[in-house]
Design a protein around this ligand. Structure first.
Ligand code: NI
Length: 162
């Protein structure tokens, strides 16, 4: 495993539409392993492949709760979303800023695991928020594009960036 460099806002990789993953071999496994290590090293709760300059539809998420663990989503698609909630979020590619974004309260996502097997999971609250944030990265969208307003320093919790 190796740390990868997280690209920052202004880098064109963050604005591209990522391609579907078609090969589920060692190259993908190494990418996912590196992404997880890079996310943990940056104290983030999520990371999408375009954030390390790789334009493929793969994300890692770890909300850090007792029962939670590392989630890898390859070719993810949100198949249902419920509710709306405005809260703050931040992004490892947009340092030192946080903003308020309206996101669904609950989302169900279908994806593939690192071996190409279909998976489906439902997330609520901050987990749902993180899923939406990461999937936006796959389509070249950043939270600052859709935030309702910038959070002032110390105004909101210091949640983890994604
Ligand atoms: Ni982000």
């Amino acid at each position: 495993m190796a740390l990868r460099q997280i690209v920052k806002i202004g880098d064109p990789a963050l604005r591209k539409h990522a391609r579907p993953v078609e090969k589920f071999g060692q190259r993908l496994h190494t990418l996912l392993d590196d992404m997880a290590q890079t996310m943990y090293d940056a104290n983030g709760c999520g990371l999408a492949a375009p954030q390390v300059g790789i334009l493929q539809r793969a994300v890692v998420i770890d909300m850090g709760g007792e029962d939670d663990h590392l989630v890898e989503l390859v070719n993810p698609q949100i198949v249902s979303a419920e509710g709306e909630e405005e809260s703050t979020e931040g992004c490892l590619s947009v340092p030192d800023r946080r903003g308020y974004v309206v996101r669904p309260v609950r989302v169900t996502v279908r994806a593939q695991n690192r071996c190409g097997m279909p998976i489906e999971l439902t997330g609520e609250g901050m987990f749902a928020r993180c899923i939406c944030h990461e999937l936006d990265h796959l389509d070249g969208r950043l939270y600052v594009d859709i935030m309702t307003r910038e959070a002032e320093k110390g105004e909101e919790d210091a949640g983890e960036d994604a």
